[in-house]
Design a binder for this molecule. Structure first.
Ligand code: FES
Ligand code: FES
Length: 287
């Protein structure tokens, strides 16, 4: 165990820790600062970004033994609050950057350090910075994130007010407008809890996990999977996906004459269902 004194979001904390614990574990599990999200847990996605002594740091892989005493750490909770947001947080809401919101704290932390180092970046510099910091977002397509960073930079340079970033509805309808989604404020301040965050804040609660079937498709016993049926066919007579579909279409149209191009189908094999979707076509067994 080691003893550390850290200044986290401006508050001095005296902590006794396992030296092999990561910074993310300490922030999330000891201090319940769950705005530090764990995405990959391997330093690849930037969801866990925090600032340590002015540098963007991936908390999921940063061991506590590497952090110097009296280090200053800023998490998303220290960037701004629901009632007093940083311009980056306002811009993130205004440009629709907080969609699922999982990447949001890590991106805002990253952008904050960029604007501290370079108050007037070009779009290319913003993009390169996010690339360098390995920030990943699966929802936005990145353009809104660069737009938001540029807008926040303008606010920080005093060229506009952060209030001007917010869309103000004028008519009765908000349909098709840039109206801010209701969850955006929590997502940009790190106060929107995802499942793993709830589990930390409600110890002992029942946790569920989705599991995926080990086979791609299954069917009730009366209708065995095509792969099961085909597994009894000699490889020389095994039908191709297209020929089976062609055969199924022939049967469904009540034709009694099979297509000469269709290979024989064993009597025991049920007719496969007609092709319905892309996912059905992916279930074709390997040839
Ligand atoms: S969770 Fe730390 S980089 Fe992905
Ligand atoms: S908003 Fe969903 S991953 Fe970025």
């Amino acid at each position: 165990m080691i003893r550390k004194t850290l200044v986290i979001n401006g508050v001095t904390r005296n902590l006794v820790l396992d030296k092999d614990e990561t910074l993310a574990t300490v922030l999330r599990e000891h201090l319940l600062l769950t705005g530090c999200k764990i995405g990959c847990g391997e330093g690849h996605c930037g969801a866990c970004n925090v600032i340590v002594n002015g540098k963007v740091t991936k908390a999921c892989i940063f061991k506590m033994s590497r952090i110097p005493d009296n280090a200053e750490i800023t998490t998303i909770e220290g960037v701004g609050t629901l009632t007093d947001m940083h311009p980056l947080q306002v811009a993130w809401m205004a440009y629709g950057c907080a969609q699922c919101g999982f990447c949001t704290p890590g991106f805002i932390i990253s952008a904050k350090v960029l604007l501290e180092q370079n108050p007037n970046p070009t779009r290319e510099e913003v993009r390169d910075w996010f690339n360098k910091q390995r920030n990943l977002c699966r929802c936005t397509g990145y353009k809104p994130l660069i737009d938001a960073t540029m807008a926040a930079a303008a606010v920080l340079r005093g060229e506009m007010k952060k209030e001007d970033l917010i869309f103000k509805p004028t008519g009765d309808s908000i349909k098709g407008t840039k109206y801010i989604r209701p969850s955006a404020a929590q997502k940009v301040t790190g106060t929107w809890d995802f499942g793993a965050d709830d589990a930390l804040k409600m110890p002992g609660c029942l946790r569920l996990a989705l599991t995926q079937a080990k086979v791609s498709h299954s069917s009730p016993p009366a209708a065995p999977t095509r792969s099961t049926a085909w597994s009894c066919c000699p490889s020389t007579t095994r039908p191709t996906a297209s020929s089976v579909l062609s055969s199924a279409r022939t049967r469904s149209s009540s034709s009694v004459t099979p297509s000469p191009s269709s290979p024989p189908i064993p009597r025991s094999m049920p007719a496969p269902p007609p092709r319905r979707s892309r996912s059905t076509s992916r279930s074709c067994p390997p040839t």
